[in-house]
Design a binder for this molecule. Structure first.
Ligand code: ADP
Length: 444
């Protein structure tokens, strides 16, 4: 991916991560703030309700009117108190005049501006008095038949001072905002880190894809060029007979076959990448399945002066996709034939090992150098390109084999054969967990 596209994509990811984090933090902050504020006011509201019940039941008025700083035993002098009263009750007559003016004393001046709004009976409110004292209030209408004649038929405004709660609330809000700010800044770093992390596999697979397309184009170009050249040559000799140009025609023909094989392989790999292949796993008697599959190849081997032998296989069943395992055998046997000399023997054997079964294709050919044992399963990798070209190889066979084995939750490896040649050992579970999504994805 070009650097510009890469950076634009990363930037987009960063922005979306950052917006996500911001939304989460803001919501979290709002929820915590609202919960804290409600928790703060709950006990005050509860106290006001208790007070209301007490008043409606004819409870005394005087004991509830407390002036902070003037209580007996209080060590806080009145002048230094945060506020002059904690709990106050205003008694309004029907005309909205404050009836307990005398009881209020000096506090009357502060409270005189509070007016009666009869429509708010039974409602809880937060009000500010004198520009600095905050109260939670509850308006109560006392019935005329109330035993306390002082308040009977009047309106009571029960007031609880909430200045301490307000102070705690503003402290809490400050701490909350600072914490949120720090986390918000941290979320910038997190977003950068996450966008890089997300981009890494995308860039990797993009790189792989680009390499694959590049290699495929290169592989397709060579046979196409040869075919084109041969056809152009034939066009320059319109009077020649086929027999005269048999060699050129044969070359063009073999290149077109090569092209066909290559496109089939590319298609198989493209399917493996997109996980669109429909598999058909079924319980299979391995001995007879191998017998049937290998038979046609024994004839091909014989025509090349080579021996293909299937060693006796014990009677066991395995769950597999027959078409895919057939393709796997095709690749392994084809390679064994390609890279083995005349008169050599290729041996196929299968056996159960614990809960797995092992399929071994051993040849007496040129063998694979130990340094190449892993790499030969990579796409387009060929140990000796010129030799592979002569034998019609494109370096895709073993990567397809690897994919098929992966799909069966197994593994494939190459080892040296004794005294010469190579052994391709495929280990597959007898009962693989079936399903496309289940196979391990590995670059092949
Ligand atoms: P190719 O189509 O070139 O054979 P493969 O993916 O099937 O591609 O194999 C990759 C490379 O592994 C081959 O080019 C060859 O060098 C090596 N190889 C595969 N099978 C054998 C074998 N049986 N003996 C020796 N070398 C092998």
């Amino acid at each position: 991916m070009s650097n510009k596209v890469n950076r634009a994509q990363q930037w987009r990811l960063f922005i979306s991560n950052f917006i996500g984090f911001t939304i989460i933090f803001v919501l979290l902050g709002i929820i915590v703030f609202v919960l804290f504020r409600n928790a703060m006011l709950t006990s005050t509201d509860q106290a006001l309700r208790v007070e209301r019940s007490s008043r409606l039941n004819g409870g005394p008025l005087a004991k509830k009117t407390v002036v902070q700083g003037k209580q007996p035993g209080s060590r806080v002098p009145a002048s230094k108190a945060i506020h002059p009263f904690m709990t106050t009750t205003l008694i309004f007559d029907d005309q909205g005049e404050i009836a307990n003016r005398d009881q209020l004393g000096s506090r009357y001046e502060t409270l005189r501006n509070i007016t009666l709004d009869k429509s708010q009976v039974g409602q809880l409110h937060t009000i500010q008095v004198g520009g600095k004292y905050n109260f939670r209030t509850l308006l109560v209408k006392v019935p005329k038949r109330n035993s306390d004649r002082l308040v009977a038929g009047k309106y009571l405004l029960l007031m609880e001072n909430i200045d301490p709660q307000k102070a705690a609330m503003s402290n809490f809000t400050r701490v909350l905002l600072i914490t949120m700010g720090i986390f918000w800044l941290l979320s910038i770093l997190m977003s950068i880190w996450m966008s890089r992390l997300t981009m890494r596999p995308i860039l990797k697979s993009w790189g792989r894809q680009t390499e694959f397309v590049g290699n495929a184009a290169h592989e397709l170009r060579t046979p196409l060029t040869i075919i084109q050249n041969k056809l152009e040559l034939l066009l320059t000799k319109p009077n020649d007979k086929i027999i005269d140009q048999a060699e050129n025609i044969a070359i063009a023909n073999s290149e077109s076959q090569r092209l066909q094989k290559l496109t089939q392989d590319l298609l198989a790999l493209a399917r493996s990448d997109s996980n669109t292949l429909q598999t058909n796993f079924e319980r299979t008697p391995v001995a007879s399945f191998l017998q049937q599959t290998v038979e046609p190849y024994t004839e091909i081997a014989a025509s090349q002066g080579k021996n293909l032998v299937l060693a006796p296989v014990a009677d066991f069943h395995a769950t597999l996709d027959q078409n895919l395992v057939h393709q796997l055998l095709n690749i392994l046997i084809d390679n064994a034939l390609k890279y083995s000399p005349k008169d050599s023997t290729i041996t196929l054997s299968a056996k159960v090992v614990g809960r797995k079964w092992q399929l071994v294709v051993a040849d007496q050919g040129i063998g694979v150098n130990e340094t190449e044992w892993k790499r030969i399963f990579d796409r387009f990798y060929r140990v000796d390109s010129s030799r592979s070209r002569q034998t019609g190889g494109n370096g895709l066979g073993l990567s397809i084999a690897h994919w098929i084995v992966n799909l069966h939750h197994g593994n494939i490896a190459v080892k040296a054969n004794d005294p010469q040649g190579s052994r391709f050992i495929t280990t597959l579970p007898l009962n693989p967990p079936v399903g496309l999504g289940g196979h391990r994805e590995k670059q092949v």
